[in-house]
Design a protein around this ligand. Structure first.
Ligand code: COA
Length: 221
């Protein structure tokens, strides 16, 4: 009997760097992620996300999260994909780290997004997980540059980007919540300025994912 990770290569991917583990989000991880979001990701008056999902009342919040994770799997195709990882810190689920891109085999770029439960913020975990996904994208998926963006009133995310070596790449006026405009700082990271962490990166299952996203079309099956 084949395992699911052989049929859907994303499910075979594992990235480890010291205390940080990134794995694709399995259905069994979703209740933990919902519990973290329900306990709060940010101050209730703040809104760090482009789509203001995190302040939805229950059961809209949990159903929205489930639908989003399922949708990213269902809509995954080489021309347009999102990978959402569950982040474990010393084995405990603490948040999520994702990457979205279009035409990756040609553009070799995408935008990352992440969040941590509030109890886990401000301890350096956000920096470590961003360094981990960027190292994975540069070293294993041949990324040329990696984008990020944060509203100007999100100092923690902007600080992570600064520490990891991103350069400013313009600002954008976006609709945030109903009737509210907010300025977003766009950021870009290239390998020349990337500040890595000291942990070695251990990656499993990447060859099949490379083929899935069109990087090694003539590679071994
Ligand atoms: C953004 C996020 C993932 C960062 O993770 P984290 O573990 O809190 O980040 P770290 O602890 O690695 O680093 C945070 C940095 O922000 C700085 N920071 C935090 N709040 C700050 C504030 N109000 N003013 C200035 N700097 C601040 C910290 O001092 C730290 O920098 P330092 O290490 O140089 O001192 C996390 O805070 C989070 O989930 N926030 C809510 C969701 C979110 O904003 N997601 C990103 C959307 S773009």
């Amino acid at each position: 009997m084949r395992i699911l990770g052989e049929i859907w290569p994303v499910f075979g991917l594992r990235i480890t760097a010291g205390p940080i583990g990134l794995a694709p989000i399995f259905d069994s991880d979703i209740p933990d992620l919902v519990a973290l979001a329900e306990a709060g990701i940010h101050d209730p008056d703040a809104m760090p996300f482009y789509i203001p999902w995190s302040t939805a009342p229950q059961p809209e919040l949990e159903r929205g999260m489930v639908a989003y994770y399922w949708r990213t799997r269902a809509e995954f195709k080489p021309e347009s994909w999102t990978l959402e990882f569950v982040v474990r810190y010393r084995g405990e689920i603490v948040g999520s780290q994702g990457i979205s891109t279009k035409d990756y085999a040609v553009t070799r770029t995408g935008e990352t997004g992440s969040w941590l439960g509030r109890a886990y913020q401000g301890r350096g975990i956000g920096t470590l997980m961003r360094q981990t996904i960027c190292a994975f994208l540069f070293d294993h998926l041949d990324a040329v540059e990696i984008a990020s963006g944060a509203f100007l009133d999100n100092p923690a995310s902007l600080a992570v980007s600064r520490k990891v070596g991103y350069q400013p790449n313009g600002q954008e006026r976006l609709k945030r919540r109903d009737g509210e405009v907010a300025l977003s700082q766009k950021l870009m990271l290239r390998p020349e300025t990337f500040v890595r962490h000291d942990y070695p990166l251990e990656v499993e299952g990447v060859d099949a994912v490379r083929r899935l996203i069109g990087l090694d079309p003539s590679g071994p099956a």
